[in-house]
Design a protein around this ligand. Structure first.
Ligand code: ATP
Ligand code: MG
Ligand code: MG
Length: 550
């Protein structure tokens, strides 16, 4: 990696190591809620948490924040583990917030005994109204001064399932006039009679985020608990619980979440896109999910390099999607073998090439990686080129094939167009050309130059494949900036997927899902998992050049 200055989290960690805090130990965690698939924003958090620990000889726990049984599912747990591994990281321990339900319950009883928590019978609405506003102090609940005994009894009965959903909550007893709203007697537990994917029906009271998160960190002896910026207002309460319970003092640090142009990253919205079939699933290659971009052909290396490059900020910002694509191209350029594929075919007949003859020509697999070697590609009298690579009359600076204009067929010969065949409507359906046998391999012994090189496939040998051409999922750049009456779904790009039939080098039909190639002059493509023995499907991962800026 290239030299750069330390980011603020590295500075904090280096300071802590220097001062001998926690014996120089670094333990971070990645705490997803298993209520959806991970997206590229999570990837940023994963790279950060695992990356920092690795850099300083520490470790990272994977902790599922499974405190809301209503939205959570093992399907999500499994996908999250797969995605973290795919990104290239190994967790030290796999933990679940639900592993700590008993301990959290005991700590809540301890708070009650200290006179710092109470059972409140008010409705959710009454509690909300009673909190006041930033400028208006809250109102104390009429249940606030229940005795310790009564609170212990009621809390135990809440746990035992005696009350229905919403009948009671447990609240911390702090300060209803506190300038930090989170201190106005925050709710610690609510009653939810729902089966939990791990604890089954054992619990019907579930801890709130603020009551669970810091204590889970503390139980695991997490040294640096890194989260996104919106949690900075929760930090004082995080510390208050740690102090009041006198438990291991994990510390929370906040960084700006990753936002990308032309996409959404709210799990609620992503779920809606899936549920209502706006996309084919969580792994639709247009989705910003990790499984989506994996299927699209993005590589873990590209994502890690992107995460490193954007660094950590303390202020919210929006990153251009094309920056992510830059890193995808940069990585695929090194690892993807080249092939020729024609997406919009036009037939060329080489009239002076012997009828019935074919031959094989040698092509370099990857000019960036000599070890990738070469392959033989078939050539014959009839070939296909891109329709765009031919014009009857070449305008200035058009260096591709035209009548009377010579062009190089990549790895093959020089050809020059002589005439065209048109249909009744005047559309060109075939081009006739002649070739120079002496230019075999792509150079002429007389040193004659041609301006353009185009790709092609042999008509007799080429195979048909489907190619899925993806574009951005949304037409609008700042999807995070919608007004109240704008619906993000109104900005779905109707042209985000186009399917074309392409003609490709024959060996491409023997490839497996996930295999990645550069189609010369077009872009990077990978075999899609929908491919069958009858039909191979390629996803366009990214074009060769940045076409988004236009
Ligand atoms: P939701 O939108 O459902 O609340 P979430 O973003 O809170 O989702 P979690 O599963 O709780 O999802 O997130 C796990 C971790 O990933 C958290 O530490 C969170 O801060 C981090 N994270 C989530 N989104 C982003 C993002 N866009 N950029 C950076 N980190 C993120
Ligand atoms: Mg969440
Ligand atoms: Mg969260």
């Amino acid at each position: 990696a290239e030299e750069r200055t330390l980011n603020f989290l590295e500075e904090i960690i280096e300071e802590d190591i220097k001062s001998g805090k926690h014996g120089g130990r670094v333990l971070t965690r990645f705490p997803p809620e298993p209520n959806g698939y991970l997206h590229i924003g999570h990837a940023k958090s994963i790279c950060l948490n695992f990356g920092l620990a690795k850099k300083y000889g520490g470790q990272t726990n994977l902790r599922f924040d499974d405190t809301n049984p209503v939205k959570e599912d093992v399907e999500y747990v499994d996908s999250i583990k797969e995605d973290v591994k795919w990104l290239g990281f190994e967790w030290a321990n796999e933990f679940y917030a639900s592993d700590y339900f008993e301990q959290l319950y005991l700590w809540a009883c301890e708070l009650i005994k200290k006179g710092k928590a109470y059972v409140d019978d008010q409705t959710q609405e009454e509690i909300r109204l009673g909190r006041g506003t930033v400028t208006v102090p809250g109102k104390e609940s009429p249940y606030r001064n229940r005795s310790v005994e009564e609170n212990l009894d009621l809390f135990e009965r809440m746990k035992n399932g005696e009350f229905e959903n919403g009948a009671k909550v447990l609240r911390a007893k702090i300060d209803m006039a506190h300038t930090n709203m989170f201190f106005r007697d925050p709710i610690l537990y609510r009653i939810i009679h729902t089966h939990h994917h791990r604890t089954g029906d054992k619990w019907c009271i579930y801890p709130m985020y603020d009551w669970a998160h810091g204590q889970c960190d503390s139980i695991e002896n997490i040294t640096h608990s890194i989260c996104t910026l919106e949690f900075d207002v929760h930090r004082p309460l995080y510390d208050w619980f740690v102090d009041t319970l006198e438990i291991f003092p994990s510390k929370q640090y906040e960084f700006a979440r990753l936002n990308l142009t032309y996409t959404v990253m709210s799990k609620r919205k992503l779920l809606e896109l899936v549920k209502n079939n706006y996309v084919s699933g969580w792994d639709d290659p247009r989705m910003p999910t990790i499984c989506g971009i994996r299927r699209r052909g993005y590589t873990p290396e590209a994502i890690r390099n992107f995460a490193e490059r954007i660094g950590v900020a303390k202020r919210d910002n929006v990153i251009d999607f094309s920056l992510l694509e830059f890193f995808v191209r940069e990585d695929l350029n090194k690892r993807a073998e080249r092939r020729m594929a024609v997406l919009n075919p036009l037939k060329v007949v080489i009239t002076n090439y012997p009828e019935g003859q074919t031959e094989e020509l040698e092509a370099v697999n990857n000019p960036e990686a000599a070890e990738a070697g070469t392959r033989m590609i078939p050539f014959g009298r009839e070939i296909f080129i891109e329709r765009d690579d031919f014009m009857e009359v070449a305008p200035k600076k058009y260096f591709r094939l035209a009548i009377g204009q010579e062009v190089r067929l990549r790895y093959a010969y020089f050809i020059k167009a002589t005439d065209v065949v048109k249909d009744v409507d005047g559309n060109i359906i075939e081009v006739h050309a002649t070739y120079d046998p002496a230019s075999r391999g792509g150079n002429s012994p007389d040193g004659r130059k041609v301006q353009g090189t185009i790709h092609w496939v042999s008509a007799e040998h080429a195979k048909k494949v489907d190619v899925r051409l993806y574009d951005r999922l949304f037409t609008r750049q700042d999807m995070d900036n919608l007004t109240e009456d704008e619906d993000y779904k109104d900005f779905l790009n109707p042209e985000s997927l186009k399917v074309v039939e392409a003609l490709v080098e024959p060996d491409l039909t023997t490839k497996k899902p996930g295999d990645k190639f550069q189609f010369e002059r077009i872009g990077y493509f990978c075999v899609d998992s929908d491919s069958t023995d009858e039909k191979i499907i390629f996803n366009r991962t990214v074009t060769l050049k940045d076409s988004w800026a236009k």
